[in-house]
Design a protein around this ligand. Structure first.
Ligand SMILES: [Zn+2]
Length: 529
């Protein structure tokens, strides 16, 4: 829809400001064809029509571009959209605002290099306007504007080619969404402000670092005084990691080439006071009364100064921790080959011993698990014995569930049927539990009962597997009894078994004894059919 044209004098006019029909005396801005104005009607939107030529898209685009340029010739103000810049890790925003237009020039040449669509003189300075109808500004032109720091704003009117006069005016006036800064009018200033802020921060940070170094220096001097007085320092251990294959598996091991120990010094001297550390010379006497020197550097900052890194001698560096104390570690420590080999040998031997321990723990655990999972093996032998036991308990005998052909398992043990802790008795778990209940019930209610003694009673009833003593002995020898307590220690074994009665509130456990609150044998009654 063509809504802009040039009149006989070459002035750009919109359809709403001309006479109707041929009397408008207007021409197409692009192809110069005489136009007739159709602005008398009330139903169709007003527009110009070509008279001899076809109206092309170029006619529409040229008219829109030209109109937008002319708009600035009469505009009194321009909206400057918001500018946000990101610089050196900070962002800064200048909100949108209005500028007063003092003058406007079209097709303005800059250094004879580029032509700007419009150049405005405003109360915030010169401002270049580019109007995009089809093709945007070239990258070179944008670069040039940015390098020259020329405030420049590009309007994108490409979606307004078919729009009417009012919409185009609105897009030019309310340009927050229809224009982009090629170079923001205060962009340079915003960047300068950020630079100032960064520099101030840097100054502040340097000041803090200097203060911290000074504080650390004082602390290092105090430490030196203290060492001079006490003539003693606990030197740190030093470990060297290495990889070793044991039985086809790779392990990351650590060889301790220096053990941590307290050393007595004959003398502690201040060798040098450096910008970043104090270097102390600590003289000790060895067994044959020969002097040995240990260098200790007390650092003022965490990072190791390069001058120390280059030092090939063995040296201990101390760093100040959060606790304000010095923590020491070896720097550049290269042990003699023989010492390293010895340390590796020890580390490997320790690892091998540990693996043997794990294997033993695994073996015992598996052994107990097999017992717990294979209760069917004990059933044929012990089920009849359990029925005999039930019948022998005079206080339980009259129960109606006894005399059925297939006596059911007690409800409590039907669900809780895995008891690796009972492996050493090598019998059917229900029979063991029944005897356990019988033993405990022989004590009066609320009398302390010794857990260990209950184990003894069970042991007399069900002779222990010969593996039990073997495993106990070996666990002690290997120092892994703690890890196998639940499968080897009498108190733990009884306590684990009692926990099922404890859930029923039949017993209450104390530290090394327990009391019963009512009959446990009730829990051993066969379940109903
Ligand atoms: Zn035309």
């Amino acid at each position: 829809m063509l809504v802009f044209a040039s009149d006989a004098s070459g002035k750009i006019v919109s359809i709403n400001n001309v006479k109707n029909g041929k009397a408008c005396n207007c021409f197409c801005i692009a192809c110069n064809d005489p136009l007739i104005a159709r602005n008398g009607g009330t139903i169709n939107a007003h527009s110009f029509a070509h008279t001899t030529k076809e109206e092309s898209r170029t006619c529409l685009m040229t008219a829109l571009h030209r109109y937008a340029q002319e708009y600035f010739l009469t505009a009194k103000t321009i909206n400057l959209p918001e500018i946000t810049i990101y610089h050196r890790g900070y962002s800064k925003t200048e909100p949108s605002r209005k500028a007063l237009i003092n003058s406007a020039k079209l097709e303005y040449s800059i250094h004879n290099k580029y032509i700007a669509d419009v150049k405005l003189k405003t109360d915030i300075g010169d401002l270049l306007i580019e109007i995009k109808v089809t093709s945007p500004c070239s990258a070179e032109k944008i670069n040039f504007y940015r390098e020259e720091k020329l405030a420049s704003l590009e309007y994108d009117l490409s979606v307004y080619i078919d729009s009417d006069y009012a919409d185009v005016n609105c897009a030019l006036k309310h340009n927050d969404d229809t224009s982009n800064w090629l170079f923001g009018w205060c962009e340079d200033q915003l960047r300068k402000e950020i630079n100032q802020k960064v520099e101030l921060n840097q100054i502040e940070m340097n000041k803090k670092i200097r203060q911290q170094i000074e504080e650390s220096r004082k602390q290092a001097l105090r430490k030196f005084d203290n060492l001079k007085k006490r003539q003693r320092l606990k030197i740190p251990s030093h470990n060297i990691g290495f990889n070793h294959n044991i039985n086809g598996k790779n392990y990351d091991l650590s060889a301790q080439v220096v053990k941590s120990k307290s050393i007595h010094f004959k003398e502690v001297l201040l060798e040098a006071e450096h910008e970043h550390f104090l270097l102390l010379k600590c003289v000790a006497l060895n067994n044959s009364n020969q002097e040995r020197v240990l260098n200790v550097a007390l650092l003022f900052q965490h990072d190791t100064p390069n001058i120390l890194k280059k030092d090939s001698g063995q040296i201990i560096v101390g760093r100040i921790k959060k606790s304000k104390r010095f923590k020491f570690e070896w720097l550049n420590f290269t042990p003699p080959d023989s010492a390293l080999e010895r340390a590796k040998f020890i580390a490997i031997a320790e690892k091998e011993e540990q693996l043997i321990k794990y294997k033993f723990i695994e073996h015992v655990t598996n052994y107990a698990d097999v017992y717990a999972l294979e209760q069917d093996r004990y059933f044929s032998n012990d089920y009849p014995k359990w029925k005999t036991w039930l019948a022998s308990q005079s206080d339980m005998a009259s129960n109606e569930n006894f005399n059925v052909k297939k006596t059911k398992y007690p409800a409590l043990l039907k669900t809780n049927n895995t008891h690796p802790q009972l492996w050493m008795f090598d019998r059917w778990y229900i029979l063991i539990f029944s005897k356990l209940a019988e033993f405990i019930d022989s004590y009066p209610i609320n009398t302390p009962i010794d857990t260990k003694y209950i184990f003894e009673l069970l042991k007399n009833e069900f002779p222990l597997s010969h593996n039990y003593n073997l495993f106990v002995e070996q666990a002690e020898k290997m120092n892994v009894s703690g890890k196998l307590e639940h499968l080897l220690k009498p108190e733990s074994i009884i306590n684990t078994s009692l926990s099922f009665f404890e859930e029923k509130l039949a017993v209450v456990k104390e530290s090394n004894y327990f009391v019963r609150k009512y009959d446990l044998k009730i829990q051993m009654l066969p379940a109903k059919n």
